[in-house]
Design a protein. Sequence first.
Length: 202
Amino acid sequence: MFLKNNYWFYDKALNPKVCQQIINYGNSLKENAGVTSDTSEGTEEDKNKLAQIRESRIAWISQLRWLNIWFHDFVMDANKSANWDFDVNMSEQYQFTKYRKGHFYGWHQDCGPDNIGDGLQRKLSLVCTLTDPSEYEGGQLEICNPQMSPIRKLEDKIHSEEQWFNQGTVIIFPSHMWHQVKKVTQGTRYSLVTWFRGKEFE
């Protein structure tokens, strides 16, 4: 799939007060280890595999009307502005993610088999940076050009913008794009993630 734009973002789209409210609410919820679709059974083999791919803590936030409105508007605008024009009509619940010192999420894609059972497919991923950049180090979000495999480590094919560190910035990209969160070296990085779904690509 050839894309004219590999991502779209809105710098400081949410103000710091709102970001802190989300952090406070997320921290009040029960947290679990972040897993992947092929390491969710919890076997010893799964745990060993997961340790090589992902280390983070997550909590799930049920859909909130005010978040739905904001993020829906961002996604619809990005979908048009980036010339993706994907058929998307709903989002999943929100994943509140904590990356503490040493945590990371290696190269992965968000799309795959229908994981909810509604017959729809993840098409656009949304990441909202919640933490002030002065409060952590590392933890860069990187997106790989879809025409290249990240395993080849072609640095000129890896995209990351300085503004993505800014608190309240919303980044949107097609869910089939390879992406990663590099290891956090100091502090804690908080983010809010969701995926917008639509009918499977034909």
